[in-house]
Design a protein around this ligand. Structure first.
Ligand code: CUA
Length: 335
């Protein structure tokens, strides 16, 4: 398969940062390996036993030497730590204007969904030069979303959402792997990321046979599961009104609050008894086994689309060329 490459291409803003840190670690390791092995051979020869009766004379170690070889490695490891931690923190905080993509890992494929409703299997199309946030769930076991060209690798753990983000810097076609052994066909759980010029991406988005946006599909599902019988928008239902819920603090029965984020909404669908909203009875049945992770994502997007609209951290879907950072999602909330 083509020519041998020591490193994958650098195709994201993160890639050079990770590589520079790696070069530094490599240089430090090579330097000390050579220094230590050189010293071993040098001293072994210099202080070898020259005659049968020769006895070593007693040496006292100097404090200066002790301090020097403690302080220098300490300084070096602190450089490694702060450098690595700063890259890690940067790589774990997606910017607010990132394009939102959802990924569901299952044995043995990646299902990827765009906010506009385009679904892909083992393929992801994204525009160059825009940050992309991927929110991931697993249908079964642990998988890991790995794009070597972006230097991005994030475990996808069943029962929770994990997130990764990157800004692609070069158009092209890059490997997508599963980097966590997940069963017999783990090695076949591979795909491609296509980084496109923004105009090509717009064409791709409009050309795709979308079956309605994620939020639209969530609304349909919400109705077909009869959620709207209890979650009424006029506060007369037996269950909480979901309008303007997302991102707010929710008062719980028995005290305490919880932020209505993606994880909370997912839990409330799958384990409704886990957190009961103050003033409500625990009457909601569980939907575990009735809805798949992609359907949960659709429901989450539907709840998000119910507002509040331009909340801090709102996700710009990037569908529109006028898309300014922080613009409200281009989703019709209601029909
Ligand atoms: Cu999924 Cu390995």
């Amino acid at each position: 398969m083509g020519k041998f490459q020591l490193f994958p291409v650098q195709a994201s803003t993160l890639a050079p940062e990770v590589d520079h840190l790696l070069y530094f670690l490599l240089a430090v390791s090579v330097f000390f390996t050579l220094l230590i092995f050189g010293a071993i051979f040098f001293f072994a020869i210099k202080y070898r036993r020259r005659s049968e009766g020769e006895l070593p004379h007693v040496q006292h170690t100097g404090y200066t030497l002790e301090i020097v070889w403690s302080v220098i490695p300490f300084g070096l490891t602190m450089v490694m730590f702060t450098w690595g931690a700063s890259i890690f923190f940067n790589a774990s905080k997606p910017p607010n204007d990132a394009i939102q993509i959802y990924a569901v890992g299952k044995q043995w494929m990646w299902k990827l969904e765009h906010m506009e409703g385009q679904r892909e299997i083992n393929e992801l199309h994204i525009p160059v030069g825009r940050p992309v946030r991927v929110t991931m769930a697993s249908e079964d076991v642990i998988h890991s979303f790995f794009v070597p060209a972006f230097r991005t690798k994030q475990d996808v753990v069943p029962g929770r959402y994990s997130t990764t983000w990157f800004t692609p810097t070069k158009t092209g076609k890059y490997h997508l792997f599963c980097a966590e052994y997940c069963g017999t066909r783990h090695s076949g759980m591979i795909g491609w990321v296509y980084v496109m010029e923004p105009a090509d991406y717009q064409n791709w988005l409009s050309g795709g046979a979308a079956e309605g946006s994620l939020a639209d599909n969530g609304k349909k599902l919400f109705e077909s599961l009869a959620c709207n019988n209890c979650h009424k928008e006029d506060n007369t239902g037996r269950c909480p009104n979901l309008v303007n819920l997302f991102g707010k603090q929710v008062q719980l029965a028995g005290g305490g609050t919880v932020k209505a984020d993606e994880a909370y909404i997912r839990e409330s669908i799958l384990q409704p008894q886990a957190k009961i909203v103050a003033g409500f009875e625990p009457v909601m049945p569980t939907f575990t086994g009735l809805v798949s992770e992609d359907q949960v994502l659709q429901l989450v997007e539907y709840v998000k689309s119910l507002g509040p609209k331009p909340a801090a951290g709102a996700i710009d879907t990037g569908t529109s060329s006028q898309g300014r950072p922080g613009a409200p999602p281009a989703i019709p909330a209601k029909r």
